[in-house]
Design a protein around this ligand. Sequence first.
Ligand SMILES: [Zn+2]
Ligand SMILES: [Zn+2]
Length: 327
Amino acid sequence: MIEFFSTIIEHFSDPRKRVFLGYLFLSIFIALFWLQKKKNLSFKNALIYIFNKRIIFSKSSQSDFKIFFINRIFLIFVSPLLITQLAIATIIYHYLHSISWLEFGMFVQTQKFVIVTTFTTFIFVLDDFSKFIIHRWMHQWPILWSLHKVHHSATTLTPLTIYRTHPLEGIIFTLRGSFTQGISISSFVFFFGNNVDLYTVIGVNVFVFSFNVAGANLRHSHIGIRYWRWLEYIIISPAQHQLHHSVAEKHYDKNFGATLAIWDWIFGSLNHSEDTDKLILGVTENEPLETHGLYNLYVIPLIDIFQIMSIKRNALFNYCGNKTKKQ
Ligand SMILES: [Zn+2]
Ligand SMILES: [Zn+2]
C-alpha cells in the first residue's frame, strides 16, 4: 500500500516523469498564452477553455484516471519480474569484452565534453527511435493493435491519457526502455570508460527536460498547438499527435513519433498539423460508451489476441493438412 502511494506521488513530484507538476503548470501557461494569441480568447475564457469540464470529467477521462491507478498496482507486482537495464548492460558489456578486435577503453582519451554530448544525444535519439518503431508495430501487427487500441479508444485527451495503455503494452514499453538504456550505457562505458556522463537538468536528460518544459503534456489535451511547418519536420507538435488520435481515415497511421518527427518524415508517415477544433477522436466515429468500461479496456484485448492466435493456428494447421493431403 505504501509502495502504491509513493509511486503515485512520485509521478507528480519526480521531474523524470511526464506528468510532473512543474511540467503540467508550464503546459497551462503555454496553453494560456497560445489561446490568447492565436485564438484571441480573453484570459478568463482561455482558462475556461483549458479546464473544460466536459473534457476533464468525460467518461473517457474517468477511465484514464482508473487505468492510471490500476496499472500502477499491476506494475508494482510485475516490474520485479522483468529484466532490468542493469542486467542487459552487464550482458552486453561482457559480450563486448569477448570480441577480440575490440579493446576496452578504446576512445578513453576523447575530451570529456565530447563524450558527454555524444552520450546525451545518443541515448535520447535511440530512446526516441525505439519508441517510434514499437509504436509503428503497435499499429501494424493485429496482436499489438489489440493492446494499443486501448490508448486510441480515448475520445477526449488529457495529460493522463498517456497512461491509458493496456498493462501488456506497459510491459513492452518498460522492456524497451531497459534495452535502450542497457545498450547505450554498456557500449559507451566499454568504449569511453569512466568519463561517460549525461547532461542533465534536475536529474533529467537535457533534451527530455526541454521537450517536457516546452509543453509535451499538451499533446494529450484539447489544445491544438501547431508549430511552424519546418519545425514539424523535426519535432511532433501537440496538434500532430492529436491527429494521430483522429478517427478520420486520412489520419490513419500518421505521426507515430514520440518527440522527434524526423522518423515519420523518413518513413513517410508525417502529417503536418491541421486545425484540431473539429477533430473526432477514438477508434471509430460514435464510439459506444461501453468502450470506456474496464472490461472492454482490460479483458477484450486479451480475447481479441486469443482469437487472432487461434485463427492463425487454424490457418497453419489447415495449411499443413492440405500439404499432407497433397503428398
Ligand atoms: Zn498510436
Ligand atoms: Zn497518444
